[in-house]
Design a protein around this ligand. Structure first.
Ligand SMILES: [Zn+2]
Length: 475
């Protein structure tokens, strides 16, 4: 597979360092609000790379961090939402004050919402979701090591800064040279005064006396981590000194990823991330999504309009990840129409005898997605298979089912199956979980009784090799 590497500025062949095992680190959400569809497009990039690795028969390990401390209102925004007046306040704390509850309660609420959104878009869960607030010891170790090695220093007020000039190739990722970063560029406006050089940044920040939540005691005093510190600490802890692919939104390239790279490379003495891959901006109705423009769209809004969130996934796939994309409601509605037609066709083809997928079509699809995830071209292959009357229905069914392993659009879906837009009720889920447990214990009497209870509520259960599948009986 080939991907565009932001650092080398070329499309590179990706070869995992460990034989047939790809390691992926994805910058995750700052959990102070619902992720919008632009964020979801970025998260989808990681899923596509992991699924493509799967098509090649590789294993994957995916880590995505949860930022629940240290991301300040005037740090570069995740996904481009305009945060209004940057005042150097921690985003989680500001939201906690706004909602009148504790910082971690707010963080966990939005973290749960993030996982629901991922599931609605068929984005496979990562193997690990380390939280910044639970990785403080690792960050302290990292910072102490950087100080020892002469890459960081303690400023006058007890904050610890990274010495940007100690890294020879600082700027390699973003193209920003230290000379070009003029003093006054907003890095850490609140504590600027105690650093030695304008482009240095805080690895650890001394907390103001008024701050009572999300603070930790360290050798340098009571404070909290800088946002860039966490991704180095967590990725090094979970992956050691090498990561095959690091993903994120293009707006994270600088300063977040540039600084993370400087930290990780300085502490290990090696270039830790082998390939940096960034997803482009998403516009909605031709404009950057922002609270002030009133055009922030969430996954829930798609379901609220009676559409399948997977129509959103298809709309994303109609554009290559590193192409700026203008999303509109008409685009999502168009994708829903295509999705409905494909599912109906696939259901009709499913009744025909199975037939092998023609090799050339499979190759055409693979060469499109291998070529820097050219998903628009891959979708063209599906359209030509759909139209090609020389193919048997059985072959068409097999092709769509196979391609869906990468596309993740639930193209092979039985009528009546619950969808993200029409989820199963909680009591049904509880009964299903109980039945799963009973089956695991080989307690078939209980499992049959629970099947009857589900039937009485209007749901049928089918046992498949992947576990039980629940359908609405009436559909
Ligand atoms: Zn990050």
């Amino acid at each position: 597979m080939k991907l565009y590497d932001t650092r080398t500025r070329t499309v590179e062949t990706i070869t995992p360092q460990r034989e047939r095992h790809l390691t992926l680190y994805a910058c995750g959400p700052t959990v102070y609000r619902d992720a919008h569809v632009g964020n979801m497009r970025t998260f989808l990039l990681t899923d596509l790379i992991a699924r493509l690795a799967g098509l090649h028969g590789w294993h994957t390990t995916v880590v995505q961090n949860i930022t629940d401390v240290g991301h300040m209102a005037d740090d570069t925004g995740l996904g481009g939402v305009d945060e209004g007046q940057g005042d150097g306040e921690d985003r989680i704390l500001r939201q906690a004050e706004h909602e009148g509850r504790g910082a971690l309660a707010v963080a966990r609420h939005y973290e749960d919402a993030f996982h629901r959104d991922l599931a609605a878009l068929n984005i496979h869960p990562a193997d690990h979701y380390p939280r910044a607030s639970e990785s403080i010891d690792d960050m302290i170790t990292l910072i102490a090591e950087l100080v020892d090695r002469g890459h960081a220093y303690v400023g006058g007020d007890g904050s610890v800064f990274f010495d940007a000039r100690s890294v020879a190739d600082y700027g390699a990722l973003s193209g920003n040279r230290l000379d070009d970063l003029r003093p006054g560029h907003k890095f850490d406006a609140d504590i600027d005064s105690t650093k030695r050089f304008h482009a240095d940044w805080a690895l650890w920040k001394k907390a103001p006396e008024t701050r009572t939540q999300l603070v930790w005691d360290t050798p340098w005093g009571v404070g909290f981590p800088g946002w860039h510190t966490e991704c180095s600490a967590m990725s090094l802890k979970l992956f050691g000194t090498s990561i095959d692919v690091h993903t994120g939104g293009i707006d994270l390239r600088f300063p977040h990823h540039e600084d993370e790279r400087a930290q990780s490379n300085s502490v290990t003495g090696t270039d830790v991330v082998r390939h940096w891959v960034h997803a482009e901006h998403l516009l909605f109705d031709g404009r950057k999504m922002s609270k002030s423009a009133g055009n922030v769209v969430l996954v829930d809004h798609v379901a609220d309009r009676g559409m399948d969130p997977l129509a959103l996934r298809l709309a994303f796939l109609q554009h290559r990840y590193r192409q700026q994309m203008n999303l509109t409601w008409a685009v999502i509605e168009g994708a829903q129409t295509t999705l409905d037609r494909w599912r109906k066709n696939v259901a009709a083809w499913a009744t025909s005898p199975s037939a092998p997928i023609p090799d050339d079509l499979q190759q055409e699809f693979l060469s499109a997605v291998d070529d820097d995830l050219d998903t628009p071209r891959a979708l063209q292959v599906l359209r030509s298979v759909e139209r090609d009357s020389n193919l048997t229905d059985g072959a068409r069914f097999e092709f769509f089912a196979w391609a869906d392993r990468l596309l993740g659009l639930d193209l092979v879906r039985r009528v009546g199956q619950a969808t993200a837009a029409d989820p199963l009720p909680d009591d049904v889920l509880a009964l299903a979980a109980e039945r799963q447990e009973a089956r695991a214990q080989r307690d078939f009497a209980t499992s049959d009784r629970l099947r009857d209870e589900l039937a009485a509520r209007g749901f049928t259960v089918t046992d498949t090799p992947d576990g039980q599948v629940i359908d609405r009986s009436d559909a």
